[in-house]
Design a protein around this ligand. Structure first.
Ligand code: AMP
Length: 132
């Protein structure tokens, strides 16, 4: 997907200090903060500091070092939030059907309780565009 990056999106504003965030971790290329509307006892977002709209954009334009550092930041946030041992889930919503609301790549780190089926209520529902 080739959407232009919106420099005024919510997470761009968090990155440059225009909006506050509850930071749990940061490094040279990533910032991680707690989701404002948590869907699990622990719910944090890991975003690259670079201007990437979604996972496809990041995979295409990000450096190998940025990609590696982002994956490590996801795992570090799981450790720091205390969910690494019990288990956790990483979700990356990308684009419209993926349910992405904020157009700056972010990985959700969720845990702190059994999270159930991967797609929850969606399981058993008919995919859009199909009969039934
Ligand atoms: P997504 O649907 O994958 O784009 O997820 C966007 C996430 O950003 C949602 O889980 C929101 O609750 C979260 N969110 C929106 N605004 C903020 C904010 N100011 N600080 C932290 N998280 C936010």
């Amino acid at each position: 997907m080739n959407r232009p990056y919106d420099p005024d999106n919510l997470f761009a504003r968090i990155l440059d200090g225009r909006l506050p965030a509850s930071v749990i971790d940061e490094d040279a290329t990533n910032l991680s903060f707690t989701d404002i509307n948590p869907q699990a006892p622990q719910h944090h977002l890991v975003i690259p500091r670079g201007s990437y709209t979604d996972l496809s954009d990041f995979a295409a334009r990000g450096s190998d070092a940025e990609l590696a550092a982002w994956v490590r930041a996801l795992a570090r946030v799981a450790e720091k939030s205390g969910v690494a041992d019990a288990g956790y889930r990483v979700i990356v919503n990308s684009g419209g059907d993926g349910g992405q609301e904020v157009p700056h790549l972010h990985g959700h780190v969720l845990g702190g309780a059994p999270l159930g089926a991967m797609l929850g209520a969606l399981l058993g529902a008919s995919p859009r565009g199909t009969a039934g």
